[in-house]
Design a protein around this ligand. Structure first.
Ligand code: GDP
Ligand code: MG
Length: 593
């Protein structure tokens, strides 16, 4: 136990976490690196440079003629996965804080760092990429000293590219990070910090033994789900799974117990023995709840069952994805999917496309709303069309986030305008170092989910980092904006929006739809409405030229042929009431700018 060190790496995307991890694995001869990096093993992850699912790897390292077992726990790098990051951090006694010498500290790094400090982890600051010609190690050093109040001497300067500083980092891991505090005599308590789906073996649960120990064949119980299993196999994570008879106190490893469904394994849950259970679960467990919802519909209605099967398969290794059947008058049969955030949604969409070859339409994402009725009841609504009649609603609450943005002082103005425009409220503004500033806002999540990232990126020319946490639900004056075609409401086009935006938005949607809906045999009225009140209107004029007029007096069969041809041309249209709407209209209205 005294020779165990459990640690993770806290770093902003692209600051060199994976490369540094590779160097450590190389230095400790755990692996021989080819050109591929080892810790990110999904294609998609590598391309995006984001470790979507955290894993762990064990290294052996000799220092001062003593052998150490170093467990490096990889943490996901994006805000959507912050709960998972917090559980990976909870499994460690120390963290490397890796900062790119050319970039300085970024927003997400800070919030993960705070999580680590809160859990009493020993922080080893590392300035990476010192080999780069534009490295500013001295400035970054000042920033780190300001941030964590450490001695400048404690900061290791390194290059994951050349390997410089890597031996010093490993030495610091052994010397500065404490061994896990763990009581082998206590009942078993193991923290689940991650899981891996394997189609042959089922779910591989990754855990850290906090107290007691776990042996192969033990009868175990997962405290939160209250499910019992047999630990068919336990072991440690090297390049492959290495079975052991026992996972001892303080160790990090895996347990396989024939679980087939990802949702049975909850990150943050506690494993204990059935016979001698622990008194309390390890604290900090949270049920992760999807916050962003969107309808996902097959482009070809015949693909509905395929889409269901694909979503089920995705869910096997992504327990945070939820879905349930939904039908829309406009788009037919599909599913309402719940995601942790926008990036998670994009990843799912991309995986549906790449791994399952599914063509889907995704509707405008929206957040989950709490709707209070006049009887004092409350229900969670994931879809604007699920909203009760407005006369029955007392008030609606929407989720707010606490956002941190770190940027250059020259971008303060435009960023402030963007956030205020998104109904944000400035909480505080602090100068970090030199010409950089840290801004804190309270903003409705619903304003973030559509185009916030893109706008932030463009107005800051990429020099703004963004991080957020869900804060609370707050009452909000929301209006359900309906679109009517010849007086028929079209469910797939309904949105929830703040009252102050509703009229402009309604007007712009009508204008856009007018461009997209082709002329038909009659006038089409496009209306935007809030409740019974029409707030905007456009008209698509009827076709003047009657196709049948050409065949006046002609033979019947030619007439029929023409009609059939016309019908075919309408295939890619959706019939709504008596109006034909092209499929692309549903997508185009999402992009109103
Ligand atoms: P991660 O997103 O934090 O895992 O970052 P990666 O390890 O994928 O590194 C991002 C990019 O920076 C890659 O192109 C690496 O080759 C490069 N990189 C990482 N560390 C260094 C370094 O010390 N020096 C230089 N020059 N490049 C580095
Ligand atoms: Mg990486």
């Amino acid at each position: 136990m005294e020779n165990i060190r459990n640690f993770c790496i806290i770093a902003h995307i692209d600051h060199g976490k994976s490369t540094l991890a590779d160097r450590m694995l190389e230095y400790t001869k755990t692996i021989k690196i080819t050109e591929n990096q080892m810790l990110d093993n999904m294609d998609l992850e590598r391309e995006r440079g984001i470790t979507i699912k955290s894993h762990a790897i064990q290294m052996e390292y000799e220092y001062d003629r003593k052998k150490y077992m170093l467990n490096l726990i990889d943490t996901p790098g994006h805000v959507d996965f912050s709960y998972e990051v917090s559980r990976s951090i909870a499994a460690c006694e120390g963290a490397l804080l890796v900062v790119d010498a050319t970039q300085g500290v970024q927003a997400q790094t800070i919030s993960n760092l705070y999580m680590a400090i809160e859990q009493d982890l020993e922080i080893i600051p590392v300035i990476n990429k010192i080999d780069m010609p534009n490295a500013m190690p001295d400035e970054v050093e000042d920033e780190i000293v300001d941030l964590i109040g450490c001695d400048p001497e404690d900061i290791i300067r390194a290059s994951a590219k050349t390997g410089e500083g890597v031996p010093e980092i490993l030495e610091a891991v052994v010397k500065r990070i404490p061994a896990p505090k763990c009581d082998p005599a206590k009942p078993l308590q193991a923290l689940i910090f991650d899981s891996i789906f394997n189609s042959f073996r089922g779910i591989i649960v990754l855990c850290k033994v906090e107290n007691g120990s776990i042996k192969r064949g033990d009868k175990v119980k997962f405290v939160q789900t209250d499910m019992e299993y047999t630990a068919d196999e336990v072991g440690v994570l090297k390049l492959d799974l290495e079975p052991r008879n026992e996972l001892g106190c303080g160790e990090v490893g895996y347990v396989i117990s024939g679980i087939k469904v990802a949702t049975e394994v909850k990150v943050g849950d506690t494993i204990t023995h059935v016979d001698a259970p622990c008194e309390k679960a390890i604290s900090g467990f949270e049920e992760v709840k999807p916050m962003v919802f969107a309808g996902v519909y097959p482009i070809d209605p015949n693909d509905y069952e395929n889409l269901r099967a694909s979503l089920e398969k995705l869910q096997l290794n992504d327990a945070s994805l939820t879905f349930q059947p939904e039908s829309s008058q406009a788009l037919g049969f599909g599913f309402r999917c719940g995601f942790l955030g926008l990036l998670h949604m994009e990843i799912v969409q991309e995986r549906l496309d790449r791994e399952f070859n599914m063509d889907v339409i995704t509707t405008v994402p929206n957040v989950s709303y709490m709707v209070y009725d006049k009887q004092g009841g409350c229900k969670e609504v994931h879809n604007p069309s699920g909203l009760p009649e407005s006369t029955l609603i007392d008030h609606i609450e929407e989720p707010y986030i606490r956002a941190t943005i770190i940027t250059g002082t020259n971008f303060i103005g435009p960023i402030m305008r963007l956030c205020l425009d998104k109904r944000g409220e400035l909480l505080s503004q602090q100068y970090v170092s030199g010409n950089r500033v840290e801004l804190h806002f309270m903003i409705p999540l619903g304003e973030i989910v559509i185009d916030f990232y893109d706008k932030l990126k463009s107005i800051s020319k990429g020099y703004a980092s963004f991080d957020y946490h869900i804060d609370s639900y707050r009452p909000s004056k929301l209006a359900k904006l309906d679109i009517l075609l010849n007086s028929e409401p079209v469910d797939a086009l309904s949105t929830l929006t703040h009252e102050s935006n509703a009229v402009t938005m309604g007007r712009r949607m009508c204008e856009k739809l007018k461009e997209l809906i082709p002329r038909q045999q009659f006038d089409i009225a496009i209306q935007a409405a809030i409740g019974a009140k029409i707030i905007a209107r456009e008209t698509v004029k009827q076709v003047r030229k009657d196709v049948l007029a050409k065949c006046y007096g002609g033979d019947v069969s030619r007439k029929r042929k023409l009609l059939e041809k016309q019908k075919k041309g309408k295939k890619r249209m959706k019939q709504i009431g008596n109006v034909q709407v092209p499929q692309k209209a549903f997508l185009a209205v999402l992009k109103l700018d």
